[in-house]
Design a protein around this ligand. Structure first.
Ligand code: HEC
Length: 285
């Protein structure tokens, strides 16, 4: 009893009669069996008392609280709201990046296109096609006009090989007529039959590079004949590396030059074709 009295009186000055009542009550509840053994009974009694105090409200409280709790969470967030709350927040810098991404993409693709079109045989060909006036008669997109169309492969039907087309551009309608021809191309097109107009001779105006570039431009870019691209690029590469002889003499020959075999033009392209075939063979091995 000494222990209990001491701790109780130390904490609160509880009047002795109340303590006695509490002790009686605990005894009545069977919590304290032997009043004599103070050390033994007081501790469990105190423990029991506190646990009784602790459990008594604990048993009662959970009943109303959980009962009130589930309906209580006043407005459960709708799925999208809770999703929005739980989802990771997007960093602020992402917004400007996302905004500029399409613009950057357009600019990037634009530069790619520029690179492709600012060099190479087809780019050079497009420049010659406009600057030498081919576009005036044959149309900017090769759809035809004063001269026949190249689009849709029409020019490939006339000239199966680039060599023959180059000879035609060098000599023109008049050159062919003067040499005794009344037709040109693989299908024997009658000269002067198209609108009664003539194709001028460009041999004196164009360099070897320009002739080669513009003819491949007409065939590949305007005529859609992709099959000629490897040859065009090979010839261009050889020209740039000085592996292909310039053909000024052929041009100078004018209407008296080699029409049927296309002379030096054919020889030059033959070298390119041979190199291509060789490269294909080694690639196939
Ligand atoms: C003054 C107008 C004119 C100009 C400029 C001109 N051409 Fe022609 N071109 C013609 C005409 C007309 C024909 C058809 C000739 C004929 O029927 O005798 C023709 C035919 C052609 C053909 C044959 C097409 C076919 O399928 O029959 C080619 C290839 C060609 N020209 C290339 C060129 C090139 C390359 C240039 C520029 C370097 C050029 N032409 C500039 C008027 C022109």
């Amino acid at each position: 009893m000494i222990l209990l009295d001491a701790s109780e009186s130390a904490l609160t000055e509880v009047p002795e009669h109340l303590l006695q009542r509490s002790r009686d009550r605990r005894r009545a509840m069977g919590l304290v069996v032997d009043d004599g053994d103070a050390a033994a009974s007081a501790a469990p009694a105190a423990a029991a008392a506190t646990s009784a105090v602790a459990t008594a409200p604990a048993i009662k409280a959970p009943v109303p609280i959980p009962a009130a709790a589930p309906p209580a969470p006043p407005e459960p967030d709708s799925p999208w709201v809770s999703a929005a709350k739980s989802r990771k927040k997007i960093p602020y810098w992402v917004m400007p990046v996302l905004l500029f991404l399409p613009i950057w993409l357009i600019m990037y693709v634009g530069t790619l296109e520029d690179v492709a079109r600012e060099e190479g045989v087809l780019y050079e060909g497009s420049v010659v096609y406009t600057e030498s006036g081919c576009s005036n008669c044959h149309g900017a997109a090769g759809a035809g006009g004063t001269g026949p169309a190249f689009a849709g492969g029409a020019v490939i039907e006339t000239f199966a090989d680039a060599e023959a087309q180059m000879a035609w551009v060098v000599h023109g309608s008049q050159g062919y007529t003067d040499a005794g021809f009344d037709s040109y191309g693989d299908n024997g097109k009658a000269i002067g039959d198209y609108n009664g107009s003539a194709m001028p001779a460009f041999g004196a105006d164009l360099t070897t590079e320009e002739l080669i570039a513009v003819v491949f431009y007409e065939r590949i870019e305007l005529g859609g004949y992709e099959e000629d691209l490897p040859l065009a690029e090979k010839v261009w590469d050889m020209l740039e590396h000085g592996e292909l002889e310039d053909l000024p003499e052929h041009f100078a020959e004018g209407p008296d030059g080699d029409f049927t075999g296309q002379g030096e033009i054919a020889a030059a392209l033959a070298a390119a074709r041979a190199e291509l075939a060789e490269a294909e063979e080694t690639a196939a091995e």
